[in-house]
Write a protein of this length. Structure first.
Length: 119
């Protein structure tokens, strides 16, 4: 195990914990309503899902991707490949966390505007 792999693991752990915290916070606010998940560029809601699907799909996909990247980072022995994988892992972890936080915030704000939840 090299230090670059450990750094990548820590970054993914941080991103996944941020995503889990946001989902847990939203879980308590959303009860028996369909949560907006997908929006058009114009801002209209295209798809709504039950809260379990809406709040757990992206973190689960991110977790599975992080496991695959973890295995791949342990396979490489060259320094250049390890550095590239660390950069990929760091970038993807940040992107998944920001996208999930943005989705949760937008969904909660929309549900509050519709009067279905109270923030």
């Amino acid at each position: 195990m090299n230090i670059l792999g450990v750094i990548g693991d820590v970054l993914w752990l941080l991103a996944l914990s941020i995503m889990a915290g946001a989902s847990r916070m939203a879980w308590g606010k959303v009860r028996d309503v369909l949560v907006p998940v997908l929006w058009s560029p114009a801002g209209t809601t295209l798809w709504r899902a039950p809260r379990a699907v809406a709040l757990a799909t992206l973190p689960t996909a991110a977790f599975l991707l992080s496991l695959w990247l973890l295995v791949e980072s342990r396979r490489s022995q060259e320094l250049t490949v390890a550095i590239i994988l660390l950069c990929v892992r760091a970038t993807l972890a940040a992107i998944f966390a920001v996208v999930h936080l943005t989705q949760v915030r937008r969904a909660l704000n929309q549900l509050a505007e519709e009067g279905q939840i109270k923030l």
